[in-house]
Design a protein around this ligand. Sequence first.
Ligand code: GLY
Length: 343
Amino acid sequence: MRITVLGAGVIGLTVAEELTRRGHTVTVVDRRPASGASYAAAGMLSPAAEVWHGEEEVLLLGLASLALWPALAGRLGVELRTEPTLLVGYDAGDLQQVERQVALVGRLGGRATLLERAALRACEPALARVAGAAALTGEMSVDPRAVCAALLDRVRVVPEDRRDADLTVVATGARLPAPWAGLVRGVRGEILRVRSDDPPAHTVRGWVGGEPVYLVPRAGGEVVIGATSEEHAGAPVVTAGGVHRLLTAARTLWPGLDRAELVEATARDRPATSDGRPLVGPSGVDGVVLAAGHHRHGVLLAPLTAVLVADHLDGAPVDPAVDPRRLITQPHERERHVDHAQR
Ligand code: GLY
């Protein structure tokens, strides 16, 4: 098939690469490739560290996608960091949060182990004295900018849709076109990049006085500190309050950050759906497939999304967990709601 993918973020590009591998002729349309949420993403491939209560399906999707990452990274020639994620609680209340997370992950079949103080100190000697921590084995991280750059070398991207395709995949993140625009909302995430002479070796996902924060190490001493999470109207901007909260929490866990060079502050909208699960599959309009609404998990879920889209085009049944039709109100139902509201 001739396929157009709208959106050159990590989802659109990974879908395009998979469809190209399966023999389709693919064009990606984006005026500013790789400049949306993927540009801000920290690249945690951390299904267990990022799962929230009520989003258990996302952990299962995340574990399935994590298993696909080594092959994708190998094809793209990008580095995967494979040190376990550390979940860290700064005070006694934060430790309860770690313990709740460990229990949730354990119930869902993930690998989470509470660490003794000596073991934690051996893994990360520069971490502040914290109430407790756990290790999430099997988790990884990747640099999303390196991933997008490698994908952009492999797929064809044009600025305008020529509308000559047999099928369109909509992967435009937090800004979906009509009639799907209402299926996602932007949730602003602010991140900082610093360069440190003593960065962590592991991704550190912590809570400090109830404030969530993560530190994701990269090559060359770079550390990504993230991320705020705010529902808001208007364009995503970096706020003084967001930077203050991130730096305060991150410095509390990692005092050596005081010496780090502050390199960048970026804000982007995450594309969130009402039930926290992505939209991957039929859009309700013939010839249009959605690959959107990945909220906090776009980088993690990219390879699974690519496989699901390609399998769907090959005739496989759609996974009900991500089937967009679960959230698409049929026109007759919309009319009934309007009718009811007017009475
Ligand atoms: N997955 C990281 C974030 O959304 O902040």
